[in-house]
Design a protein around this ligand. Structure first.
Ligand SMILES: [Ca+2]
Ligand SMILES: [Ca+2]
Length: 381
């Protein structure tokens, strides 16, 4: 019933992006539809990330999707945080004694912190979000609560109804192996919780306005046996080397379940022809970090306006072929992260940067500043 109600308010662009009819051939996306604008952690460029206020701002700015990163509380509730550690994005250290900190193995890195999985939801509800980036406004610190996934879904649905358009959600299971083992929940418990919640909210259908994303592989393979909701394989790296190639250093070199399972493949291996063939066996989309998608050349020209020649000044020089290879296999390509306040590789203007990827055929962009993404897309119509 819920799905039918929602379908009435789906926009044409949204339907096309989800694989519907194509009447905007201006874009070289998989379906020919307009690329999606995904509010990365909400409108996190202006408000503390992963708060209902930041998500609402993203929707206000025109984001098609909002992106809740998920971790589990001690009592097993899905809340939105980018890390299982609460230290960087909340005021936990001012509200709980250091004796509540623990040292835990986070993807092979011993980390001493306040972990969400050591606090009940009731305790976490006493916390307030803070801005994690020193370069961004600190004016909203201490104002906003830490939401549950249920609250994010309710917000997306209410805002979608109120505005007469679909507002999708793009949940990410953070650190699946950590939650299953180190945090003590057991294998696939996190995944089962997410599926149960999403099916109750949207139905077990590929047309749900939902993408589930993960940097790990085996949990997505498991989810593929449990849900028809669209799945996204994220592809990370450590950095970009001076010569423009990808730097693959632990723990960002490969999916962490590959580390545990002694799988020899790196993230970069998953973007080769055989790697994409593999991803196609369980996922609907691939979400590489953006430097994987464009070639860059060091031509000695300063482009970012800071009078300093860095990796960010390299001239972009077309597609690496990843977008085309993924599209040949029927995989959508969504990439991240575009920021108004951080120079992208080869661009000073974030709108021009996103338009470059949109011209190449990208199916969706994650941005901390959704209004810039919306403007970039509008400029290409
Ligand atoms: Ca994320
Ligand atoms: Ca520069």
């Amino acid at each position: 019933m819920k799905i039918k109600t929602l379908a009435i308010v789906l926009s044409a662009a949204f339907l096309q992006a989800c694989g519907g009819s194509d009447d905007s051939p201006a874009f070289k996306t998989l379906s020919g539809a307009e690329p999606l604008v995904i509010g990365h952690r909400g409108a996190s460029g202006i408000l503390p990330e992963h708060t209902l206020e930041a998500y609402t701002a993203a929707i206000e700015q025109g984001a098609d999707f909002i992106e809740p990163d998920l971790v589990l509380t001690q009592d097993g509730v899905m809340i939105v945080r980018h890390e299982p550690m609460l230290d960087g994005t909340t005021d936990v250290a001012s509200k709980f004694p250091a004796s509540r900190m623990r040292t835990r193995n986070v993807d092979g890195v011993a980390t001493t912190a306040y972990f969400a999985s050591d606090f009940t939801l009731a305790e976490i509800k006493t916390l307030r979000a803070v801005q994690a980036r020193a370069s961004r406004s600190q004016a909203y610190n201490g104002l906003y609560a830490i939401p549950t996934l249920d609250e994010v879904i309710a917000l997306a649905k209410a805002e979608g109804t109120r505005r007469g358009r679909a507002v999708g959600i793009y949940p990410e299971i953070k650190h699946s192996t950590f939650h299953a083992g180190e945090a003590g929940f057991g294998a696939n418990v996190f995944e089962d919780k997410l599926v149960a919640t999403l099916h109750a909210a949207y139905g077990n259908v590929a047309s749900a306005p939902v993408f589930i994303q993960s940097f790990e592989v085996s949990n997505l393979q498991y989810l593929n046996t449990r849900t028809n909701i669209k799945l996204v394989q994220l592809i990370d790296a450590d950095d970009v080397k001076d010569d423009g190639s990808m730097s693959l250093v632990a723990p960002y070199h490969k999916p962490y379940d590959f580390v545990v399972n002694n799988d020899g493949r790196s993230f970069a291996d998953l973007l080769t022809a055989s790697g994409l063939d593999f991803i196609k066996t369980y996922a609907d989309a691939v979400g590489p970090w953006k430097p994987y998608l464009v070639k860059t050349v060091n031509d000695g020209v300063e482009r970012t306006g800071d009078s300093t020649l860095t990796i960010n000044d390299r001239r972009v020089d077309g597609s690496t072929g990843v977008i085309e290879m993924a599209h040949q296999r029927g995989l959508l390509v969504h990439t991240w992260t575009f920021r108004d306040d951080v120079s992208g590789y080869g661009f000073k203007d974030p709108k021009a940067e996103m338009q470059y990827y949109m011209r190449l055929g990208i199916d969706g962009v994650f941005t901390d500043f959704p209004s810039t993404g919306v403007a970039a897309r509008a400029g290409l119509r």
